[in-house]
Ligand binder design. Structure first.
Ligand code: ADP
Ligand code: ZN
Length: 721
């Protein structure tokens, strides 16, 4: 047949048919270049019967221009793309685009010219050149990327090339990665670990779909255990995908991987250079990249020969993507494993209720590591009632925690204070007139960042220098910081323990993999006494000398009351508590709260995880919430407030009247203005058995909206703002 149907990369267009010219060979999955009007467009050849479209008469068909030099997208990936688009109500083209995530790779293997600094010493440097030289040490990338890194123009760098300060390097985008050695360093596993690892190994060799929930306390050696599964896949010549919730965690992971397999794995995340993306993508597609470690976007890479998927810290909310295609990488990972017929391991010390429920119902196999490796004990947990043990005025660390911090410093042990709020203070106001600093684009306060002397919006990135006077009443020196952020806690620690070496760990300070590595190095070498950090330090780290963890405000996560607030608080506090006492010395955790009687705090204090999950399960069941019922959200936004409201009302007004479906709203979103767009929300609650996607699709398909209105559907939402 010389006619093919293509999924083209334009969400506004349906599938298009093309003619295959004489001598050209295509198959489903082939990535092609095709004409569209006067332009060219990238498309993927698809099974026509799976992609309904309008029949075009044969004499009207235009020919495919060329087949791009990449392997066809494999069938399991095509099925995953279809499933994801269908489940999350996303355009097929948008999902497929996540799979073809390096345009460079599609052009084929070739050499790229990158540049790096030479040894040449310049006589006199312009300030721009000096700035570039300062910034580009040990960097090698294209001119464009270097310009971005150095914050100078391309022209400055081209001038430096001509002056011999930068030299070109030819880089082959298809040069192979060094091979991992499954037997490089096999650790002696404990008895519990051996049992679990044997399951993974057998499952990998069986090449069958099998989801596992690896449920092991913090420090039990989950990583060591699933590494045995990785080794099994390597022995079989198959590829492995490891998903991590945060790029900041990859550094530690890469080190451990290197110690076990002798090489670092291939990484995939949004801050890769384009040449790295191209190389990694092509190596994945050709089967030569053995192990890929990445953020959620790695899930759609075109693996040639996948043997195992691992989702580490699988309970993490960051696996849920909240813009573009709103998918949950944890759930899509399980689907991918199913289409690929391979095992998938969801690892966590604090599994999501949804995952536990899947294990309960027998769809996932739950494997347990009940104790810490090497005889380390779980930490002692104590609650500090802030209503009784009050911190000093304008301070946030209560006397028992102050005492414990002093004690650790005397003993030369490390402490960690956790507060999930970046910056110095969440709100700044004028003492004289009461003026509050608010973001002009969002309904949110500006957060003071004292280190960078700025007020910043954490939603849209809007920033202003912190002024000296109130912009409203012009009174100088009248601004007061309200509430704590980590920077303020670090100041407080410095005041209590002037001689302590304090490290602040947030996304503002660990801005690059190198900075993350430096922090790990210093903490491991005991060059840090007190770590003050956000959720970034709650997981992944293993510092044997860390014996005290203080949770500054355990109640923070409970405010706002979204459906998973208690679960999230439990997970966060349990994870950060899990950083204490991982070595030979026992750990202690102090949780500061105003609600010691709240079930989640009681569960944390008594270490009764099962009781917490049982109570939480009942509450969810009563509310018809996931995993017992289903939720979906419709988010309507526009730069015009009235337009957004009218569109939302229009959707509400045409809501289907079904017995199993309850519709709440429309109502202004809690974050009613975001990046200059006014937002309204509807929340849909349905029984498990309801075909929720079909209901929503039919409901919205009959409506038309003005061009300025965006309507987004969020299936299984995690965010309710
Ligand atoms: P988890 O991910 O469950 O919190 P880790 O995998 O980080 O636990 O293991 C905790 C620590 O114990 C790590 O430093 C790890 O290297 C060490 N460890 C775990 N299992 C073994 C083992 N079998 N042999 C040697 N060290 C181990
Ligand atoms: Zn903003």
């Amino acid at each position: 047949m010389n006619r093919v149907r293509c999924l083209v990369f334009n969400s506004a267009l349906g599938p298009l048919d093309y003619r295959v010219p004489e001598g050209m060979v295509v198959e489903p999955g082939s990535v092609v270049l095709a004409p569209l009007g006067p332009r060219q467009i990238i498309g993927v050849v698809w099974e026509a019967e799976r992609l309904p479209g309008a029949e075009v008469p044969a004499n009207k068909l235009r020919p495919i221009l060329s087949v791009l030099p990449v392997p066809p997208l494999p069938a399991p990936l095509r099925r995953l793309i279809e499933w994801t688009a269908d489940y999350y109500l996303a355009p097929l083209a948008s999902v497929a685009r996540m799979a073809l995530s390096s345009t460079g790779a599609l052009r084929g293997g070739s050499t790229v010219t990158e540049y790096r600094l030479t040894d040449k010493q310049a006589e006199r440097l312009t300030p721009q050149r000096a700035k570039a030289i300062e910034a580009l040490h040990s960097q090698q990338a294209t001119i464009r990327e270097l310009a971005e890194l150095a914050g100078v123009s391309d022209a400055v760098l081209r001038g430096m090339v001509n002056a011999g300060l930068l030299e070109p390097v030819l880089v082959d985008s298809d040069r192979p990665y060094p091979p991992a050695d499954p037997a490089f360093f096999g650790p002696d596993l404990s008895d519990d670990q051996t049992v679990v690892a044997a399951k993974f190994v057998a499952s990998v060799h069986a090449h069958e779909f099998q989801p596992y929930l690896l449920d092991g306390v913090t420090g039990s050696g989950k990583t060591e255990t699933y590494f045995e599964g990785v080794a099994a896949a390597l022995e079989d010549g198959r590829q492995v995908l490891v998903l991590l919730p945060e790029i900041a965690l990859t550094e530690t992971f890469l080190k451990r991987f290197g110690a076990r397999f002798g090489v670092t794995p291939v990484t995939w995340h949004s801050s890769l250079k384009s040449s790295e993306r191209r190389r990694a993508w092509r190596a994945v597609a050709m089967g030569s990249a053995q192990v890929i470690v990445g953020a959620r976007s790695a899930l759609f890479l075109p693996f040639a020969n996948l043997g195992l998927i691992i989702v580490d810290e699988a309970h993490e909310v960051s696996f849920k993507q909240d813009d573009g295609v709103r998918y949950n990488a944890r759930d899509v990972a399980v689907m991918r494993a199913r289409f690929e017929s391979v095992p998938v391991i969801l690892a966590s010390a604090t599994p999501a209720l949804e995952s536990l429920q899947m294990a309960e119902s027998g769809r996932y196999e739950r494997v347990i590591l009940p104790s810490r490796f090497g005889g380390a004990t779980m930490p002692d947990i104590h609650v500090v009632d802030l209503r009784v043990e009050q911190p000093e005025r304008g301070h946030w660390i209560a006397p028992p925690l102050v005492k414990a911090l002093k004690d650790r410093l005397e003993k030369g042990e490390q402490s960690l204070l956790f507060l999930n709020r970046r910056g110095y203070a969440p709100l700044t106001l004028c003492r004289t007139c009461g003026y509050r600093f608010q973001c002009p684009n969002c309904s949110a306060w500006l957060v003071e960042h004292r280190l960078s002397r700025r007020l910043a919006c954490h939603h849209c990135g809007h920033e202003v220098p912190t002024p000296d006077a109130c912009p409203e009443c012009h009174e100088p020196d009248c601004l007061v910081a309200c509430g704590p952020g980590v920077e303020r806690i670090a100041d407080e620690v410095a005041a209590i323990l002037p001689e302590a070496r304090v490290a602040l760990v947030t996304s503002d300070t660990l801005t690059s993999p190198a900075k993350a590595a430096e922090f790990v190095e210093m903490a491991s070498a005991k060059a840090i006494d007190v770590i003050v950090g956000t959720q970034l330090v709650t997981k992944g780290y293993h510092f044997p000398e860390l014996t005290l963890v203080g949770v500054i405000d355990a109640d923070m996560g409970l405010e706002g009351g979204d459906l998973r607030a208690a679960e999230r608080t439990y997970q966060q506090v349990a994870q950060v508590a899990g950083r204490a006492g991982r070595g030979e010395k026992p750990g202690e955790v102090l949780i500061q709260t105003r609600h010691p009687e709240a079930p989640v705090i009681e569960a944390l204090a008594s270490g009764d995880r099962d009781a917490f999950y049982a109570a939480e399960t009942e509450a969810r069941r009563d509310a018809g919430a996931p995993p017992f019922g289903r939720w979906a959200a419709i988010i309507v936004s526009s730069e015009d407030e009235a337009e957004a409201r009218d569109a939302a009302r229009g959707i509400g007004g045409s809501a289907p009247n079904l017995a199993d479906v309850m519709i709440l709203g429309p109502a202004p979103a809690p974050l009613s203005l975001l990046r200059g767009r006014y937002r309204y929300r509807l929340l849909i609650n349905a029984r498990r058995s309801t075909e929720l996607q079909r209901v929503i699709r039919e409901w919205l398909d009959q409506l038309r909206f003005p061009p300025g209105v965006r309507v987004a559907v969020d299936i299984d939402p995690y965010s309710f703002v």
